[in-house]
Design a protein around this ligand. Structure first.
Ligand SMILES: *[C@@H]1O[C@H](CO)[C@@H](O)[C@H](O)[C@H]1NC(C)=O
Ligand SMILES: *[C@@H]1O[C@H](CO)[C@@H](O)[C@H](O)[C@H]1NC(C)=O
Length: 418
């Protein structure tokens, strides 16, 4: 080996190491400040927020009847659900159509289904098709930030991951909608919403209330995530860093978080590139609408949730939260956390899945892994050019996906079901 080559290799390594350290440092700064809030502003924000209503802000202004509902989870969280119908053509239907629950993904909220135009947003489209639309909002989002005894300032408030979102939040929401509609319900999940769905459907008492489910960007395994930015965060163990630093809430919208985000977006990287490195290349994303999206998103989540998702990427499992050997023994009576066995989801549950060739989070290899373990053969819609966000925000989603999906629901819906 030539010495000069060794030298250049060596300096390259150092450079790479330095770059990695710099990125790590910037990310830590970003998240530290994102978790910290200016007291007076935070106070004003909370006050303002507690009066906010998804119905009033995004749904009723377009002429859609909408009501707010509150559901309490087994562990005391108070979740907001919105019920939306359509009065298109001036006809108020006496009997609501089949109930359908929409479950958003990570850092998103129920607004996700309504932030594009009425012709593009799934929430409006389903209502126009006569469905009785119910909009789910998980704990910690701007629409669901209540708890019977805890405040968002308590670290215990943020002590959960998607496991609780599946077994408590989704269970409570499905139960409520099932009781209100007095019928089995349809389910639509996107991304983390599909993780919640697949985990919850392994539980007989939950899946019994579901008529059929559509999964957009279905995720149970995450070992083939290809998003560069996510891989970087996983490799530097950002999730564990956050927890070690005592940061329990991931709030990207706090004043400083927004300032840094603005800085990043106005500087060398534009927002769309940032989004691509996090989610994959989105074919049909409306760039000129970003400011509007940012009025509602991203929503907060917990560091523990981040940690649980990263565990899935590192270990390639679809299992409960890993507390380490000692913690697992105490929690589960086993050294390893128990798996969610999607092979237990009854074959009789009709499933539909939409997935994309440019999705860097719900990678095709992982989707195939999920398909192999399911008993039933879901109806599949594969879109080569679609990225992760396209499935909820594409300007052509109605033509590309929703028509197909609604056809699936129609084939399983009982007309005039009670
Ligand atoms: C906190 O917010 C108030 C009101 O917006 C502002 O006057 C003050 O300078 C801020 N303090 C810090 C430390 O940013
Ligand atoms: C994209 O968003 C802008 C701003 O809201 C809107 O005027 C435009 O119609 C949207 N484009 C499409 C194709 O929907």
């Amino acid at each position: 080996m030539k010495p000069d080559r060794r030298v250049s290799n060596c300096s390259l390594l150092t450079l790479r190491g330095m770059l990695r350290a710099m990125v790590a440092f910037l990310l830590v700064i970003f998240f530290v400040f994102a978790g910290e809030a200016n007291c007076s502003t935070e106070h004003r924000y909370l006050h303002h927020r507690s009066e906010r209503s998804l119905c009033a802000e995004l749904i009723q202004p377009y002429g859609y009847p909408c009501s707010e509902h509150t559901v309490q989870t087994e562990d005391g969280y108070l979740l907001a659900l919105q019920r939306v119908s359509s009065s298109k053509g001036g006809v108020i239907k006496l009997k609501p159509g089949p109930p359908i629950l929409l479950q958003h993904g990570l850092f998103q909220g129920g607004d996700t289904w309504f932030v594009n135009s009425m012709e593009q947003s799934l929430g409006f489209i389903l209502a126009d098709h006569g469905f009785d639309v119910w909009v789910g909002n998980v704990r910690g989002t701007h629409w669901s930030h209540g708890h019977i005894s805890l405040s968002e300032k308590d670290k215990e408030f943020w002590d959960w991951s998607w496991q609780e979102l599946a077994l408590y939040d989704l269970a409570a929401m499905i139960n409520y909608v099932h009781a209100m509609a007095n019928s089995k319900i349809f389910f639509v999940g996107h991304s983390q919403g599909t993780i919640m769905g697949l985990a919850a459907f392994t539980q007989p008492e939950i899946v019994d209330m579901v008529e059929a489910a559509a999964l957009l960007c279905p995720i149970s395994y995450l070992s083939h995530v290809s998003a560069q930015f996510v891989r970087k965060m996983v490799n530097m163990h950002l999730d564990q860093m956050l927890l070690a630093m005592g940061i329990h809430q991931l709030e990207l919208r706090s004043d400083t978080g927004v300032r840094i985000m603005d800085f990043v977006c106005d500087g060398h990287i534009d927002c769309n590139n940032l989004l691509s490195s996090l989610t994959g290349k989105n074919c049909c994303f409306n760039d000129s609408r970003i400011d509007y999206y940012l009025e509602y998103e991203p929503h907060p989540s917990s560091s523990k949730n981040f940690n649980h998702l990263f565990q899935m990427i590192r270990k390639g499992t679809f299992a409960k939260y890993d507390y380490g050997w000692w913690g697992n023994m105490k929690k589960y009576g086993n050294l390893q956390p128990p798996s969610f066995d999607i092979g237990c989801i009854p074959e009789s549950l009709p499933l539909w899945m939409g997935y994309g060739g440019n999705d860097a989070l719900a990678d095709v290899t992982d989707v195939e892994h999920t398909l192999k373990e399911l008993q039933c053969k879901p109806e599949l819609l594969y879109l080569d050019s679609y990225g992760h966000i396209d499935f909820v925000l594409s300007v052509t989603a109605n033509e590309d996906i929703y028509k197909n999906m609604i056809g699936f629901f129609r084939s399983w819906g009982k007309p005039n079901s009670s």
